[in-house]
Design a protein around this ligand. Structure first.
Ligand SMILES: [Zn+2]
Length: 166
């Protein structure tokens, strides 16, 4: 599987460690969005899209993020340090997030990271030029556009088949 396109959307300089949002297309057919380029202590690294790990409220069984202070559903006070009790027996850090999509082999990760970093540097150089237009991260070929001129916008969904320009 080859990385066929990398789109980079640079974060403003004030965004702290988050440097860019990226979308990665493989074999011109499959896209992974919401990949983040983050400045770590040892340089830039890629964070794959992830979800927060959850547990269930003892009172109402609603799922809440492991560090939530209150239940989203019933509002019960939750112990925000309860995740520490989930320490894996073999030691190591407690996981609060799980990657949704990620490379399995370190070589693959390194390869993707190298290509994204190259694209990031190119995009960063381009961003210094006058008239720079940030890249769209949205790859949908059949964007649906609401026609706000009509009385019932929901009834007037129409495929544009092209990028919507504002
Ligand atoms: Zn609850």
């Amino acid at each position: 599987m080859q990385l066929s396109e990398v789109r980079i959307n640079l974060c403003p300089p004030g965004a702290g460690r988050l440097k860019a949002f990226c979308s990665l297309t493989f074999d011109n057919t499959f896209v992974i969005r919401d990949v983040k380029l983050i400045e770590g202590n040892d340089g830039l690294f890629l964070a794959m899209p992830s979800r927060k790990l959850c547990d269930r409220c003892k009172r109402c069984s609603e799922k809440n993020h492991l560090r939530a202070k209150f239940c989203n559903n019933c509002g019960s006070r939750l112990d925000e340090n309860r995740y520490l009790r989930l320490q894996p027996p073999q030691g190591g850090r407690v996981k609060l997030h799980a990657d949704i999509a990620h490379p399995i082999h370190p070589e693959c990760r390194t390869d993707i990271e190298r290509q994204v970093l190259r694209a990031f540097e190119m995009e960063f150089e381009k961003s210094k030029l006058p008239g720079y237009v940030p890249q769209r991260l949205d790859h949908d070929l059949h964007d649906f556009e609401y026609d706000l001129q009509t009385e019932h916008p929901a009834m007037k969904l129409r495929p544009t088949g092209q990028e919507i320009r504002h």
